[in-house]
Design a protein around this ligand. Structure first.
Ligand code: SAM
Length: 296
């Protein structure tokens, strides 16, 4: 993620940095998109970077240090931030907003955050390390039906019921504590330990999406972002999951129907093969953008 922002060329073309004076980057991460924006915009243009992960904000601050006071940060989840922007970003109105959803490769790779089934880590998966709902809560307490939904509908796992049942059976004997505990139960339930896609991949994704309320965050954020955006402003959103992309598509469709502006992308843009070869994460990216009516 960090040094190779996903679909950076398309994002910059759609957002048109030279015409912008303030970018709010709702998922600043390592500052990849923010840095591209700052480099392409006028020297007076500024960035406000938001992230719920303090490690990401620290990395973004380091990576964007050369832009000095053109960059400021807020630690918050983006839906909560947009609800309280009057208080958290007083007097500011962005003409450009970007949201690059999901988890970063830095978070996936960071030991002890519990996103990875490759190592035996505490079962956390929280993007905000202070969040109280962890993956351990979800797998130790969630009902069989809700677990099935998380693993199937969010994770995209066709054998969700079988895995959810195996989780419920196992936790009656012993609570889940680590990612390794969960991985083994999934491998046993599917009677598979390897393969091109590891058998735990989809289950981990579904649980991570519940822990971080990823769809709920996006559903609440996009209408608020469209509302806050200055007339004539632009917003670009990258989703990595079909459910997320549907949320973005519907929110932009509703905004267009309500006369708020126009779509800059009729269909979602996807990464090209060259980018997918270099950055595997980009293979599931779907980019959509919207242009708010009015003059900037
Ligand atoms: C894919 S990375 C962003 C990468 C960034 N665009 C770059 O080029 O470096 C996603 C970041 O968004 C943050 N994030 C995801 N969902 C969030 C939410 N609901 N609120 C705040 N930050 C969120 C994650 O913590 C992570 O740092």
């Amino acid at each position: 993620m960090a040094h190779v922002p996903v679909m950076a060329g398309d994002v910059m073309r759609l957002l048109d940095p030279p015409t912008s004076s303030l970018l709010v980057d709702l998922t600043v991460g390592a500052g990849g998109h923010a840095g591209e924006f700052l480099a392409a915009s006028s020297p007076t243009a500024r960035v406000l970077g938001v992230d719920r992960d303090p490690n990401a904000l620290a990395l973004a601050a380091e990576n964007l240090a050369s832009f000095g006071d053109r960059v400021t940060f807020v630690r918050s989840d983006f839906a909560g931030f947009l609800e309280r922007h009057d208080e958290l970003a007083p007097g500011l109105t962005p003409d450009t907003i970007v949201l690059d959803a999901g988890v970063s490769s830095m978070q996936l790779d960071e030991p002890s955050r519990g996103f990875s089934f490759r190592e035996d880590e505490p079962l956390l998966m929280t993007m905000d390390p202070d969040a109280t709902l962890t993956a351990a809560h979800v797998v130790n307490r969630m009902s069989l039906d809700d677990l099935t939904h998380a693993i199937g509908a969010l994770g995209g796992e066709p054998r969700a019921r079988r895995i959810a049942q195996a989780i419920v059976d196992r936790r009656r004997l012993r609570r889940f504590r680590t990612t390794g505990d969960l991985r083994v139960v999934i491998e046993d339930a599917l009677r598979r330990r390897g393969g091109r896609i590891h058998p735990a991949t989809r289950t981990f994704q579904g649980i991570r999406m519940v822990v971080n309320d990823e769809l709920g965050q996006l559903e609440r954020a996009i209408p608020r972002a469209l509302d806050w955006l200055a007339p004539g402003g632009r917003i670009a959103v990258i989703a990595f999951h079909s459910g997320e992309d549907r949320v973005v598509k519907n929110a932009f469709r509703d905004a267009k129907r309500d006369g708020l502006g126009s779509l800059l992308t009729k269909k979602p843009l996807v990464a090209d093969n060259d980018e997918i070869r270099i950055n595997r994460r980009s293979r599931s990216a779907r980019l959509r953008a919207f242009h708010k009516a009015g003059s900037s």
